[in-house]
Write a protein that binds this ligand. Sequence first.
Ligand SMILES: Nc1ncnc2c1ncn2[C@@H]1O[C@H](COP(=O)(O)OP(=O)(O)OP(=O)(O)O)[C@@H](O)[C@H]1O
Ligand SMILES: [Mg+2]
Length: 467
Amino acid sequence: MPSRPGTRSGLKAAAPKAAPPAAGSARGSVAAADADAAVAGGDGADSNIRVVLRVRPPIKRELAKGDGTCVQVLGSQAVRVAPQLSSAAAAPAAGGTEPHMFSFDHVAGESADQECIFQEAGSLIVDNCLAGYNGCIFAYGQTGSGKTFTMMGTEEGGGAGGRADASRGLIQRVFEDLFGRLAKGRGAKYVLECSFLEIYNETINDLIEPSRSNLQVRESAEGPFVPGLSIHAVQRVEDVVALLRTGQANRRVAETNTNERSSRSHSVFTCWLQSKTVDASGSPTTRRARLHLVDLAGSERQKASGAQGERLKEATAINSSLSVLGNVIMRLADRQQGRARHIPYRDSRLTYLLQDSLGGNSKTCLVANVSPAPVNLGETLSTLRFADQAKRIRSQAVLNEDTDDRDALRREIKRLKGELSAARQQAGQGHPQFIVRRFCCCFLPVRQRTQQVHPSSSAAGPGSTPA
Ligand SMILES: Nc1ncnc2c1ncn2[C@@H]1O[C@H](COP(=O)(O)OP(=O)(O)OP(=O)(O)O)[C@@H](O)[C@H]1O
Ligand SMILES: [Mg+2]
């Protein structure tokens, strides 16, 4: 089973809903996966957070206003933001009048489809996950900028659609790729398990089993985790889609002035993958990876969203946790410049849970979503500045790989053989018997010891010991 600190209670209590038992295997082992795939695409442990910017097309309301756009995509890596790009004079003071230029790993314009976003943001993370690195993809941006559309797809698809649905989101595509590559495998064994939670008003709730609410974040040697969260084995994309649909139905969503279906909570879909491969000499290698797929709630201005009562309380919690996230990212970027800074991960549940993904053991990709409408210029600039800081952060992903003890033993035998031959040369007298005996007593089975030290005693029984 994938190594998931503190999830045992969850496993015991939660029978997987989405996954029927696999033939001949306990809890969802996927056989015959591609051993080679597991090492492809790893691009080293130390890397910057990858940042993909997505500019969504104008929505009906914005088109009706006829304000044009304040965002201009310049090629595949640069973007220019300025109020005067708009056809009408709607220049909020927040943006000033000067154009602002930004560059990112990839900039996807209004016409970029969901597959393009997967290729730019998801594909490499799948490579790394198969290679044994933890990963994280998180969608960030103001309310209504397209985060949920990017991660989950359209509402019509129930948050996840069939393969014919071109609007299906990044999470589903990640698993289509993952399972596709596992299916091409030869002889490897894989286990995949998933959980789905939301952080609503600073409270963690299980989205698959909503009775599990008000959960806590704890830390272990393998990173932060949520005890009591239900864990579900998955064996095929359809199992993941079923979990996404259940979770989306339980997630808090509400209508505001800026978005008909505004996410009122941050959601975190997590997958643990464990793969076991066996090399030509019969030595097994186990790789583990944890993948967080995060759809954040969006920042909002009360004036624009018209939030009141419950909505206002939610907006306050959302803005405050996003402000902690911004603070964490800013300080991590500062630290990259050599400035010693305390990183306030514990100031919000979101940053506490995702601390590894932000500044530690993870290969991480940020999808920054922006609206092209001039009325949103201030928020768009704020998202671009956040993304600009994030791209400066270097994470230190650790390869989660265990080789069998036999490998270590083989290496030790090789080392001792080297010592033996050096001792021989030093002594200049053939085979020093005492070294041979010590070497053999340590590492060879009884029968072999008997045969090697006393070739004449090859007929000795299994209980024989060397003289
Ligand atoms: N790339 C896109 N192409 C077409 N429509 C899009 C795109 N991105 C977003 N939309 C549409 O814009 C609207 C808002 O998108 P979405 O709900 O994903 O925003 P959000 O960032 O998740 O907002 P919130 O923070 O309030 O949850 C939706 O109607 C969605 O279908
Ligand atoms: Mg949303």
